[in-house]
Structures are given as C-alpha cells and as structure tokens.
Design a protein around this ligand. Structure first.
Ligand SMILES: [Zn+2]
Length: 108
C-alpha cells in the first residue's frame, strides 16, 4: 500500500510562475503604453509646430463694404457681387450685403 503519490508542485511555486507571467504582461503593457505615448505626443507636437495662420507680412487687408471694417482677406467672408468679389468681416455683413447690395455699395 503505498503512498506513492506524485506530489504536485507547491502552491508557492505555482504562484511564482503566475507572478512571472504577470510581470511579462506588465512589461509588455508598459512598452505598449510608452510607444502609444510617443506616437500621440509626436502627433501633438507636429500639430503645434504647424503654423495655423500665414505670416503677418503676407496679410492683405480688405474693406468690408457693409460696416467699413478692414479685415484680413484670408479670414474674410467672401461673396461674388457686382464688380467682382467682395469681402466681409462676418456672415452677418455678407447677408446684409446680399439683401441690399445697392444700399451697402452706396454707403461704401
Ligand atoms: Zn462687417
């Protein structure tokens, strides 16, 4: 009658294996997070370094015929009308011009 049982690995040993597994997973996660962080920070830097507005010396000012304000042409609201393209400081002015182009032109 034997007690010839094959003893299973002690729980502590099993725990070590699991700990190693978790450690590897943790390291992989850290590497993945760092790569993702580098990727996103690179994107942010690229977006920040790209100039959103052209340099000042290239700015052309145009006069809004409705309210008389001078506006940066690249930011102005444009509309085709009699005598070519007109530029406005806002949608409101363009709408006003379209509603009454003669009145606006008379005031300009
Ligand atoms: Zn205006």
């Amino acid at each position: 009658m034997g007690g010839k049982r094959s003893r299973k690995a002690p729980i502590s040993g099993l725990g070590d294996d699991m700990a190693l597994g978790w450690l590897i997973r943790f390291l992989i996660a850290v590497v993945a997070v760092r790569m993702a962080w580098k990727f996103f920070s690179g994107l942010l830097e690229g977006a920040a370094q790209r100039p959103r507005v052209p340099p000042r010396h290239g700015v052309k000012l145009v006069r809004d015929p409705v309210c008389g304000t001078y506006v940066d042409r690249s930011r102005a609201v444009s509309a085709r009308g009699r005598g070519g393209v007109h530029y406005f400081c806002s949608e409101d002015c363009r709408t006003a011009y379209r509603r009454d182009p003669r009145g606006s032109a008379a005031r300009a």
